[in-house]
Design a protein. Structure first.
Length: 133
């Protein structure tokens, strides 16, 4: 766990906030979470959740956008919730599995006892399911 917050972390949070501010759905609550993932290329990809019976979390949409663009080396990810992205939230269980599969060394920004911290994604899901090749 790291507590040192860098300017690049603030930039990532701002990108996630911008994604949800632009797309927040106050009428149907279909889009209430924004996420941003930073890649080693220097690019940041964003996404918003897609609410449905089998919807997709904002982190999944951001990761999918990055992968579609050819990215494979992920540095950090963050998700925010609320009309203005005012709440930094941890990934759900399904997202933790995806993070473990795609980016175990990626930093995840989240709140812990009122402080913004960074945790390696592999630390968020103990005893993660692994497919053996």
């Amino acid at each position: 766990m790291k507590n040192l917050i860098e300017n690049s972390d603030k930039k990532l949070i701002a990108a996630a906030k911008a994604a949800i501010i632009k797309n927040y759905d106050a009428e149907n609550f279909n889009h209430t979470v924004g996420a941003a993932v930073a890649c080693s290329s220097g690019e940041i990809y964003t996404g918003v959740n897609v609410h449905s019976l089998h919807g997709a979390c904002a982190e999944q949409v951001a990761i999918g956008a990055a992968i579609t663009a050819g990215e494979r080396d992920f540095l950090k990810i963050v998700a925010v919730r609320g009309e203005n992205g005012e709440e930094i939230i941890p990934p759900c269980g399904n997202c933790r599995q995806i993070l473990s599969d795609y980016m175990p060394e990626c930093d995840v920004l989240l709140m812990n006892e009122g402080s913004l911290i960074k945790v390696k994604s592999k630390e968020l899901l103990t005893y993660a399911y692994k497919v053996e090749a």
